[in-house]
Design a protein around this ligand. Structure first.
Ligand SMILES: [Zn+2]
Ligand SMILES: [Zn+2]
Length: 178
């Protein structure tokens, strides 16, 4: 398995080292950072001051032809995004194309008026990346709140999750691989 991690626009915060280590371990994958891609400007909603996640994901879907048996694409966007009917989302995935997307904007403690905490920020990014990649392996949302596939309604949920799958999701993940 190979996971391509793609910065979309400018990505701050030095997340790529943490992502590389954790994703390699959880997915037994080779993780490769690729060149930065520009943000599709049509994806910006001036009224909401957010990006429309589906438009950015569509752009990734169009750009990459993926061998779903062997490859995954994870886009990282350092800006707030939404989808219908949600006001905001941490990430979005398309299991048909094996592409997914994570936004860093709401994973930083500073977003909530708290002090910078790089370790906490990185752990949230890793968990949400595992979650979205999990969807590309057809994993749905899990009811175990310590599982990475638990749906995060807020960062409190993200913080309660572990950076890995529960035994049930782990089993589903393994069966998707064969
Ligand atoms: Zn989800
Ligand atoms: Zn689970």
């Amino acid at each position: 398995m190979k996971i391509f991690v793609i910065p979309i626009g400018t990505v701050r915060g030095g997340v790529f080292g943490a992502l590389k280590r954790s994703l390699a371990q959880v997915f037994s994958a080779d993780v490769e950072m690729t060149a930065r891609r520009p943000i599709t400007e049509e994806a910006y909603d001036f009224q909401r001051r957010q990006y429309y996640a589906n438009a950015i994901l569509d752009d990734l879907d169009d750009e990459f032809i993926i061998d779903k048996k062997e490859e995954r694409v994870l886009g990282i966007l350092d800006a707030d995004m939404h989808t219908d009917p949600m006001n905001f989302i941490f990430g979005l995935a398309n299991h048909r194309t094996a592409c997914c997307l994570v936004s860093l904007a709401r994973l930083r403690p500073e977003f909530y008026g708290q002090k910078q905490d790089r370790e906490l920020f990185h752990s949230r990014v890793v968990k949400e990346a595992i979650h979205e990649l999990g969807h590309t392996f057809r994993l749905g949302h899990c009811r175990n709140r310590h599982c990475a596939m638990y749906f995060s309604d807020s960062v409190t949920d993200t913080d309660a999750k572990k950076a890995g799958f529960c035994p049930v999701c782990r089993k589903k993940f393994s069966s998707e691989q064969t």
